[in-house]
Design a protein around this ligand. Structure first.
Ligand SMILES: *Cc1c(COP(=O)(O)O)cnc(C)c1O
Length: 226
């Protein structure tokens, strides 16, 4: 098989595994959206995935996405780009211009910057609040105890419509516990969206109600070390 055919086969396998996990959980496969995470990979690797029909992609850096995606967007309409990495408020303008969804709102300053930019640009993005479910000091995400306050600010003051919650479980802990916790937080706060599950645990995430899974290396192969 050519590398392109291998990538397409891994995409198809991932889609099948999502469908099977959904079926096992009594859910419709169509209720789980696959975000293909293309960070560190270039157009040569991404094009076979586009050619196979995939239109939802995730990137974790604004600058990298800006260098890569405008050309691909021009060629492939109906693309949906999701920012899944941390966002600095001075990049809010570029992020709102380029992305269709942002998964990493985790503090007031970012929420305010996004609200202002979306208003200025007349764009509505799909928005997720990232929760630091493991309360890891080095990790992005709002601490669970501060989530209600941040959501109230988004809803009541900024008129930001929040789709759901996102988490990245600690590497050394059972992901299922964090997925269940995130699902509980979403339910308590009346949110339907759950962005959770990566290459190693997306089937578990689907079992716990993920509506968006973010899968990179299972499709592209392992990333070069930074
Ligand atoms: C890189 C990344 C992923 C994808 O990780 P894989 O293990 O390669 O599937 C998912 N979510 C976030 C936030 C990421 O940064």
């Amino acid at each position: 098989m050519t590398p392109e055919a291998e990538t397409a086969a891994r995409l198809a396998e991932t889609q099948l595994r999502i469908a099977l996990a959904a079926e096992a959980a009594g859910r419709a496969a169509a209720d789980v959206r696959l975000i293909v995470v293309s960070k560190t990979f270039g157009a040569a690797e991404i094009i076979p995935v586009l050619a196979a029909g995939q239109r939802i992609f995730g990137e974790n850096r604004v600058q990298e996405a800006k260098a890569k995606w405008p050309a691909l967007k021009a060629e492939y309409p109906n693309l949906e780009l999701h920012l899944i990495g941390p966002l600095q408020s001075n990049k809010a303008k570029e992020a709102v211009e380029l992305f269709d969804a942002i998964h990493s709102i985790d503090r007031e300053k970012i929420a305010r910057a996004l609200a202002e930019e979306m208003k200025k640009q007349g764009r509505r993005l799909e928005l997720f609040v990232q929760v630091n479910t493991g309360e890891e000091p080095q990790k992005a995400g709002v601490p669970p105890s501060e989530l209600p306050t941040l959501l109230a600010l988004c809803r009541d003051e900024l008129q930001l419509e929040i789709t759901g919650l996102m988490c990245i479980p600690p590497v050394d802990e059972e992901a299922a516990l964090h997925f269940a916790f995130l699902a509980k937080l979403a339910a308590e706060n009346g949110l339907a969206g759950l962005s959770m599950g990566m290459s190693d645990d997306f089937e578990t995430a689907v079992a716990f109600g993920a509506t968006h899974v973010r899968v990179g290396s299972a499709i592209f192969g392992s990333r070069p070390n930074p």
